[in-house]
Write a protein that binds this ligand. Structure first.
Ligand SMILES: Cc1cc2nc3c(=O)[nH]c(=O)nc-3n(C[C@H](O)[C@H](O)[C@H](O)COP(=O)(O)OP(=O)(O)OC[C@H]3O[C@@H](n4cnc5c(N)ncnc54)[C@H](O)[C@@H]3O)c2cc1C
Length: 320
């Protein structure tokens, strides 16, 4: 057992860089070196290190049967890579894909996945939120095993990527077509209609304070002026005013933008748990006691029907 293997996900570069930042944090705590791996093209940007010393080695995991994602294929491929490298820790971004196959991969080694980790401390111990973010749990692996962790988006910020001098080694696992028991469909977030809010740098999010679906263009105008994605609290999506894929929170997407503007959102715990990785939260709410102000970096107490158009005009004027 030696080292930390960070498994990155092609096409999910931002959270993959964050996984690399988490691997580096684990390296500080354990003194172990970091290597990375990903399925795909050895020249893909996913191998580029976002900050600090690039990892010495990256494994490009290639096989024709891995061209389309299947849980069977990925479990087989990474089981072989892990048995070859014998890392002490394997770090994944917490994505739909890793949620799908990594728990099964971990059981191949008699282990569990410590999922959605938000911090790492001396020991090392791993911290994750429980009970919808109301409490945190601290976990220390006791078995000798390889330890499998996935990290929450936004928990380990990574700067802009810079090119490094990583040696890329090909790794071709042995996979037989008969071992793939499923036929892959279209990726969950692959179609042009879907949106990956987890990668958005700016988000304007709207809540029940907007009152009617007919009022949404007001908020959309602010989002457009800021070059932001529009998102929403759950009641807005439950009402069908915006698609479910734009819901933020415990049963929606976890986001980590540079700027999150919450418009007419009260700040229920189920919403806050999805936005805690945001670098700057601006809240607009007419209730000065709304819980959203407890997490906001900037708060505007006022009627959104006055504040939002004024803000949109100010952003446009500033850009003109
Ligand atoms: C199991 C479970 C999972 C859930 N998952 C999620 C989730 O993923 N995401 C999520 O968001 N919620 C989730 N919820 C729901 C959550 O508990 C809240 O009910 C929801 O977040 C509230 O949405 P809201 O803030 O838009 O509405 P409200 O709580 O009704 O808040 C509306 C806010 O708008 C303000 N307001 C009203 N009028 C104006 C005005 N003119 N100008 C300015 N401000 C105004 C009010 O002061 C108020 O603070 C979940 C709940 C459960 C039980």
């Amino acid at each position: 057992m030696s080292g930390i293997l960070v498994v990155q996900e092609a096409g999910r570069n931002r959270i993959s860089f964050e996984a690399l930042a988490a691997g580096r944090r684990l390296s500080e705590l354990t003194g172990l070196p970091v290597e990375t791996a990903a399925v795909g093209d050895p020249n893909a940007a996913v191998f580029v290190e976002p900050s600090g010393q690039p990892p010495a080695v990256a494994y490009a995991v290639k096989h024709p049967l891995l061209e389309k994602y299947t849980s069977d294929g990925y479990v087989l491929a990474f089981e072989q890579l892990i048995r070859k490298l014998e890392p002490s820790y394997i770090v994944f971004p917490h994505t739909y894909q890793s949620r799908d196959y990594v728990p099964r991969l971990a059981t191949r080694f008699g282990q569990v996945l410590l999922s959605d980790i938000v911090a790492m401390e001396a020991g090392p111990t791993f911290v994750r939120q429980v009970f919808q973010g109301k409490m945190t749990g601290t976990y220390r692996p006791l078995s000798g095993g390889p330890c499998f962790v996935s990290i929450q988006a936004g928990a380990f910020p990574a700067d802009q990527p810079v090119a490094g001098t990583t040696t890329i080694l090909p790794f071709e696992p042995q996979i037989d077509a008969a071992q793939i028991r499923t036929t892959p469909g279209a990726p969950f977030r692959g179609s042009s209609q879907t949106v990956d809010l987890g990668s958005a740098q700016r988000i304007v999010s709207v809540g029940r304070g907007i009152k009617e679906a007919e009022n949404l263009p007001l908020v959309q105008a602010l989002a457009t002026a800021l070059g932001a994605e529009i998102a929403a609290s759950r009641p807005i999506c439950d009402n069908g005013w915006l698609p479910m894929e734009r819901q933020v929170g415990s049963s929606g997407q976890t986001v980590a933008p540079k700027l999150y503007v919450a418009v007419g959102i009260s700040g229920a715990i189920q919403h806050l748990v999805g936005i805690k990785g945001s670098q700057c939260i601006v809240a607009i709410n007419k209730d000065p006691d709304a819980p959203i102000f407890e997490v906001a970096d900037y708060g505007i107490v006022g009627d959104l029907f006055e504040v939002v158009p004024a803000l949109t005009a100010a952003v446009k004027a500033a850009k003109a």
